[in-house]
Design a protein around this ligand. Structure first.
Ligand SMILES: O=C(O)CCC(=O)C(=O)O
Length: 274
């Protein structure tokens, strides 16, 4: 992580970099133009209505959560050039490069529909799953609906990006029990704060930051989000689920290893996905 070096992206103010370095996250506006946000929304609404047919390779697309009524699409960039282009959107990669201090590589995309009544996601750290090393990973989380407490925005523990990975230890989530959390019980000194994100803005957070989301308590408002997870070009490994990893041109990075000896929490968690 850079020591608050002056950002090169015109979208990133020094205050964003400071917040990212000190608290582990920041919210940046204007990475996707309003028409691009509309296009992302329209693509995934089409998917909701018509299913896998909207992807370039149609029926080969596998939904992760069919039983949960398409709560999310997993790795859609592997099946659509349009989604890949959104995941590799140059202004997005520019901000990621500033925050990482190195070129980002795309490891994962997701689209969350999070309709009214959907549960949230338990508290976790992304690099527990990605196992990127020696550098960690980073998320770019773009709100398609304004995300607020009522519709289930993210909660984060500011400063927890400096923590090591918390290994699962069993027991109930002492903060809020929804979704699956690998952080059980919740660390005593952790104080989660909600992070509202306006439509079209992008929240960035580091791979060690403890985060999760609340349920969508709205009757008629979704909390849709387009998410990319990236590793830094200095990484030499990432978990199997995230291969193939792509560079800015969409080319596969062939040199990355898949960890085989287990992460900091041992072999039993290898292959866990969030
Ligand atoms: O959007 C959410 O509710 C959870 C997303 C998340 O945990 C992530 O992108 O790492």
């Amino acid at each position: 992580m850079p020591a608050a070096a002056p950002p090169r992206s015109p979208l990133l103010a020094p205050a964003h970099v400071r917040q990212f370095v000190e608290e582990g996250y920041c919210v940046v506006e204007g990475i996707f133009a309003p028409a691009e946000v509309d296009a992302i929304e329209a693509f995934f609404e089409d998917f909701r209505s018509h299913g896998a047919a909207v992807f370039d390779d149609g029926r080969r697309y596998e939904e992760m959560d069919p039983a949960k009524a398409q709560l999310r699409a997993m790795h859609p960039h592997r099946h659509s050039e349009r989604v890949k282009a959104w995941g590799l959107h140059p202004p997005l990669l520019g901000v990621l490069a500033d925050l990482l201090g190195r070129a980002p590589l795309l490891a994962q995309t997701m689209y969350y529909f999070k309709p009214p009544g959907a549960k949230g996601q338990g508290m976790h750290q992304d690099n527990f799953y990605l196992l990127a090393a020696p550098a960690t990973c980073i998320a770019a989380w773009t709100a398609i609906d304004a995300a607020e407490v009522e519709n289930g925005c993210l909660y984060v523990v500011p400063g927890s990006h400096r923590h090591d990975i918390h290994c699962p230890s069993g027991g109930a989530d002492a903060w809020m029990s929804y979704g699956d959390s690998h952080i059980t019980p919740f660390p005593r000194d952790a104080r989660p704060v909600p992070v509202p994100v306006p439509r079209g803005a992008t929240m960035f957070f580091g791979g060690q930051l403890i985060h999760g989301s609340g349920p969508n308590r709205c009757r008629d408002r979704s909390r849709r989000t387009f998410i990319g997870h990236y590793i830094d070009e200095a990484s030499d490994q990432v978990a199997e689920f995230y291969h193939p990893v792509l560079d800015a041109r969409g080319e596969t990075i062939g040199r990355l290893r898949m960890p085989t000896g287990g992460g900091p929490c041992g072999d039993g968690w290898l292959g866990a996905t969030h």
